[in-house]
Ligand binder design. Structure first.
Ligand code: 6PG
Length: 263
C-alpha cells in the first residue's frame, strides 16, 4: 500500500510506502525477507552490505529470524553492522542496544569482529563516545569534509512519543546538521543517548521502519497522516532524497491509519 504523501508536500523525494502485517510475527518474517533482499542488492552492487541496526524491542524477533536464516548466514562475511543509536551504558548492560542485537543475531558467532562497529557507549564521557563513533564512520566510509555516510540500510523503530533512534520530539538534536553522531541528554530518562543525526539517516539508500503495537498507533497516524509538524513528529523529517522508505507495521500500530491506496 502506497501512502498518499501526507508529509511535507514541498518535498520531492519518493513517498513512503507502508505494509500492514497482521502480527509482529508476520512483520519479523517480512522484515527478514526484505533485509535479505537489501543485502543481496548491496552485495551485488558493491560487494558489501552496511546496515545500521535499530534498538528497542521490536527488532528482536526480526534479528532472531535473521540468525536462523541460511541465506543470511552465507552473507555475514560481507556485512558490516552499525547501530543507529545507543543508550549510555556498557555493552553488557541489559539496556544496551548492542547487547540486544548481539544476543538475538548471535553476532559473536556469525559476524567477524572487525565487521561489528558498535557505539563505544561505555565511555564515561558520552560526547567523547559520539565523537569516536563519528570518526569511525568517517574512516570506514572514507568521508571528506561535509560528506555523509551512505548506509545500504537503516533499521528504525518509532517510539510511542514519535521518536526514532534517539531523536526525540522538540529536541535540539533534530536541528543538528553538521555532526554525524551526537550525545543528547534526556532529562526524562536522566541519561544520555548517543545517536546518528538526521542527515546520516537521510543519506541512506533504504530505510525500513519496524513499528508494532497499539501504543504506537497515535504516533504513527500523526506521523504519516497528520499535519506536517516535524518538531513533534521527527519521523516526518526522514525523507532521503536518494533513498526509499518502507514502513512495516502490524495491525495494532496501524489501527488509527485510514488513508492509503491499496496497491
Ligand atoms: C532505542 C531505539 C528506539 C526504539 C523505539 C521503539 O534505543 O530504544 O533506538 O528509537 O526504536 O523506542 O522501541 P520498541 O521497538 O521497543 O517499541
Amino acid at each position: 500500500m502506497r501512502l498518499r504523501d501526507a508529509l511535507d508536500p514541498s518535498d520531492s523525494s519518493a513517498p513512503a510506502e507502508i505494509r500492514v502485517m497482521a502480527t509482529l510475527v508476520d512483520l519479523a518474517a517480512i522484515g527478514a525477507d526484505l533485509f535479505l533482499l537489501y543485502a543481496q542488492e548491496a552485495i551485488c552492487r558493491h560487494g558489501t552490505f552496511t546496515v545500521a541496526l535499530a534498538g528497542g524491542s521490536t527488532p528482536r524477533r526480526l534479528y532472531r529470524k535473521l540468525a536462523e536464516s541460511d541465506h543470511v548466514r552465507s552473507m555475514w562475511d560481507k556485512m558490516h553492522l552499525f547501530w543507529g543509536d545507543e543508550r549510555h551504558v556498557a555493552p553488557d548492560h541489559p539496556d544496551s542496544n548492542y547487547r540486544m542485537a548481539c544476543e538475538a543475531l548471535r553476532i559473536n558467532r556469525t559476524v567477524p569482529a572487525a565487521q561489528v562497529h558498535r557505539i563505544p557507549a561505555e565511555d564515561s564521557d558520552p560526547r567523547r563516545a559520539a565523537l569516536s563513533y563519528e570518526r569511525s564512520l568517517c574512516e570506514f566510509f572514507h568521508l571528506g569534509v561535509g560528506q555523509w555516510p551512505r548506509f545500504d540500510l537503516m533499521l528504525l523503530g518509532l517510539g510511542a512519543d514519535g521518536h526514532l533512534a534517539s531523536l526525540f520530539p522538540e529536541s535540539p538534536a533534530l536541528r543538528e546538521h553538521e555532526r554525524l553522531v551526537i550525545a543528547d541528554w534526556r532529562a526524562d530518562r536522566a541519561a544520555y543517548r548517543i545517536t546518528l543525526t538526521l542527515p546520516v539517516f537521510n543519506a541512506a539508500a533504504s530505510i525500513l521502519f519496524l513499528v508494532s503495537g497499539t501504543e504506537k498507533a497515535q504516533a504513527l497516524q500523526q506521523t504519516l497522516e497528520g499535519a506536517y509538524h516535524p518538531e513533534s513528529c521527527p519521523a516526518q523529517l526522514i525523507r532521503p532524497p536518494r533513498g526509499r522508505v518502507l514502513w512495516l507495521v502490524d495491525a495494532g500500530a496501524a489501527s488509527l491509519l485510514h488513508q492509503w491506496d491499496q496497491l
